[in-house]
Design a protein around this ligand. Structure first.
Ligand SMILES: O=P(O)(O)OC[C@H]1O[C@H](OP(=O)(O)OP(=O)(O)O)[C@H](O)[C@@H]1O
Length: 181
């Protein structure tokens, strides 16, 4: 079963003396053929009747995970970028600001404005919802675009309950199911 496999392959790692805390290492998930084959259908399956037209996920991990979910859901994929990144953008962007995320960063996240609008049904997807700051900004961005927000599918959810409610969050794992950091 996928959630058990995710727990088995999950690690906390010490990034070195510059850091005061352990960080999650999800590389075992992406390296595992079984996880890679099943993670998209599992997340899309959390919203079986949603019929999204597009899945949106924030860079960088979202660029890997989002398309797997989109293929399984029969939807397209729209990447969300963080402002200030290296990537060159073509066309107008639609941006939204975040409150401090799990690293204390206040970011702007954005998507290609031409690729989202009324008539779209949007499923957000991500690996880990910590504070929910990034996804909550994307939820607002989606609603401001005139598209319909259908919910959020994630592998791990550790965010506060009110945020989870706003995001209509469904996740495969809670923080308690992972080993202690
Ligand atoms: O709930 P939040 O506090 O908003 O944080 C969760 C987000 O942070 C992580 O990505 P990160 O920005 O570290 O980028 P990465 O995908 O490159 O690891 C994670 O993949 C989520 O996208």
């Amino acid at each position: 079963m996928l959630s058990r496999r995710l727990v088995e392959l999950f690690r906390w790692v010490d990034p070195g003396p510059a850091s005061s805390h352990l960080v999650s290492d999800l590389s075992g998930w992406w390296r595992d053929p079984e996880v890679l084959a099943t993670v998209g259908p599992a997340l899309a399956g959390l919203f079986p009747a949603a019929r999204p037209t597009v899945v949106i996920s924030p860079e960088v991990t979202g660029l890997l995970l989002g398309p797997l979910v989109a293929v399984a859901a029969g939807a397209g994929f729209l990447p969300a970028y963080k402002d200030g990144g290296e990537r060159r953008r073509v066309g107008p962007m639609r941006w939204a600001g975040t409150p401090p995320d799990y690293r204390g960063r206040q970011l702007r996240v954005g998507v290609d404005a031409r690729r989202l609008g009324p008539g779209d049904r949007v499923l957000l997807a991500d690996d880990w919802v910590a504070t929910g700051a990034q996804l909550d900004a994307l939820r607002r961005l989606v609603e401001d675009s005139g598209a319909e927000f259908v919910g959020t599918a994630a592998l791990v959810a550790t965010c506060p309950a009110p945020v989870a409610e706003r995001l209509r969050l469904r996740a495969l794992l809670t923080g308690e199911q992972l080993p202690e950091g």
